[in-house]
Design a protein around this ligand. Structure first.
Ligand code: MG
Length: 351
């Protein structure tokens, strides 16, 4: 079954409310959508969103990579060579992980549609999926109000953004802990906002105050692997790499060098499902559990991440609330409180 065409379109999606982290405030996203047309009429769809401050990809660079090197290697190729084509997408150009993710997702969608089964079934597993909800970084008062609202909406796990004005971080986390039930877990994400020493000091203080924190994401700068290891070795709460982890090579280095306790996989960073599977398996070999996360993306690419996450036994944590921040209703995933349901139709289909 040959690939006849690769089409790329772009649409703007508004957010319901601003999304604030230590790195950025987003009020809207561009969703770049790629459609792969097969000769029997089957189409595969993938999408990507640019995140300048993390991946360095822009709307224009994603479109250029998809319509240039990626389209060139896919056109007229046969889907029987699915796995080789996935590798060719990754080697078609340097960087451009978001564009590669969009193409890779579209290929997985097309291939599982050819087989007539949902993507998670092609990947071979289906566990229950529930997500945490993000509390954007703000004043302690606003953050604790948002925490109560989300617990009331059925979320048992909150991901609290910190690292912007670190002197407020202790107050932020304490304020939230004080107003939510003890069984609601907190995950912190500093988005590179702390120095290594600051991180150790803050985390040790949080440990003394028994704030029931499950893990802490990316305390220090992405490139500062020695700083990351210093934090990991000097605190008890597990430390997770996010911005320090893009490729399977990064995963190999992080787990074999014992820089971290956990990994956060995002399709936009690693280039899609094929590399996400490799990272999860590398981590599994080293006894390191993974979380699936996403950027602020459309629900189509987040659904692709969800299909991967339910299928890989080593993905133990789920951070897939991005579609709930968008003005438009999610179509590829159904949310009831923290529970997520995927479509049982072939590929990555609408629910
Ligand atoms: Mg993060």
């Amino acid at each position: 079954m040959r690939i006849l065409d690769v089409e790329v379109t772009c649409r703007n999606i508004l957010l319901e409310r601003p999304f604030k982290t230590a790195l950025r405030t987003a009020t809207e996203i561009d969703s770049i959508e790629v459609t792969i047309h097969l000769e029997n009429g089957v189409v595969g769809m993938g999408s990507a969103a640019p995140t300048w401050v993390i991946t360095g990809d822009s709307t224009e660079s994603i479109q250029a990579a998809l319509l240039g090197p990626i389209k060139k290697i896919l056109l007229n190729q046969h889907m029987d060579n699915f796995q080789s084509l996935l590798m060719d997408i990754q080697t078609s150009c340097v960087g451009n992980t978001s564009a590669k993710a969009a193409a890779d997702i579209a290929m997985y969608d097309a291939y599982s549609k050819l087989l007539g089964i949902p993507l998670y079934r092609y990947l071979g597993n289906h566990k229950h999926l529930k997500t945490c909800m993000t509390i954007g970084v703000d004043t302690p008062e606003i953050m604790s109000k948002n925490a109560i609202k989300n617990v009331d909406s059925g979320f048992k796990s909150l991901k609290v953004k910190v690292g912007s004005a670190p002197e407020l971080d202790m107050a932020r986390v304490s304020a939230i802990r004080a107003v939510i039930p003890p069984d609601v877990t907190l995950r912190l994400d500093a988005n590179q906002g702390w120095t290594p020493k600051q991180a150790v000091q803050l985390i040790n203080q949080m440990e003394r105050e028994n704030l029931n924190i499950e893990f802490i994401e990316q305390p220090v700068a992405a490139h500062d692997l020695e700083g990351l290891k210093f934090v990991t070795n000097n605190v008890n709460i597990p430390i997770m790499a996010d911005e320090s982890l893009f490729s399977p090579h990064d995963a190999l280095k992080l787990v074999s060098g014992k820089y971290i306790d956990l990994l956060n996989i995002k399709l936009m960073k690693c280039g899609g499902i094929s590399n996400a599977l490799k990272i999860a398996s590398i981590a599994e070999t080293a006894g390191v559990h993974c979380m699936i996360g996403s950027m602020m993306e459309s629900d189509q690419s987040v659904a692709a991440a969800a299909h991967f996450a339910v299928a890989h036994p080593n993905v133990r944590y789920f951070d897939l609330d991005a579609p709930l921040w968008l003005k438009e209703q999610p179509e590829f995933m159904k949310y009831v409180g923290e529970d997520i349901t995927l479509s049982t139709q072939p590929g990555i289909s609408k629910v």
